[in-house]
Ligand binder design. Sequence first.
Ligand code: NDP
Length: 240
Amino acid sequence: MARVAIVTGGTRGIGEAISLALKEKGITVAANFAGDESKAKSFTEKHGIQSFRWNVADFDACQEGVRRVEDALGPVDIVVNNAGITRDGTLLKMSYEAWKDVIDTNLGGCFNMAKATFSGMKDRGWGRIVNIGSINGQAGQYGQVNYAAAKSGIHGFTKALAQEGARFGITVNAIAPGYIDTDMVAAVPAEVLAKIVAKIPVGRLGQAHEIARGVAFLCSDDAGFVTGSTLSINGGQHMY
Ligand code: NDP
């Protein structure tokens, strides 16, 4: 029987590419989204992948969302924690809400989704969790104390949970993308983006499918000996 994967934030941007890459591998995919119903509807019509709405920052909504997916598609074997937001600003200008929203969504979402799926994976003796971090969680970024803290937290979360899953056939890994050409990066002012691209050794933004292929590998049987790792896919930027 085909394995079942949930991709949070799986209907657009990097998440959409991940949903497609997993489907290509014969995996049955449930693409979660937060609120963009029209994008989710066109995604489902175009790709034949079911989409499910819930807020990953809401613990109870994640338990309920996973139940809905399992009722529709069967037990969840793979979770890709991709949903993420930015609410940028320097510390002095950042509101408490901007801090909390980003921590609750980007980091809290990983906890909530793992809580909803880990014990089923453990019972069945196989599981894959892939968390999407960021180069800005590795290196920090001006104006992003909330985002950098959440993404940095993801890397610690990954290594700790990998240790808990290792004996049960569950691997837990992270990918730290560099700057990828999606709506999130389109929100960065052009002059700031030009300076960012100038610092990327390969001299361009990444494409969503370049992240998705890394995720597909980490979700495969071939990656059973890879756990607690962070794969940097960033055009070489992590070296500087
Ligand atoms: P986008 O802004 O293009 O898409 C974000 C996705 O996350 C959307 O599908 C959105 O749903 C979903 N989402 C947001 N909040 C929630 C929530 N509370 N509950 C459920 N789903 C939610 O982002 P990207 O594709 O650019 O980024 C994907 C991931 O990659 C993020 O974690 C981001 O931090 C990370 N990343 C991105 C980089 C980049 O350069 N783009 C670089 C490094 C990391 P909806 O469509 O309903 O709004």
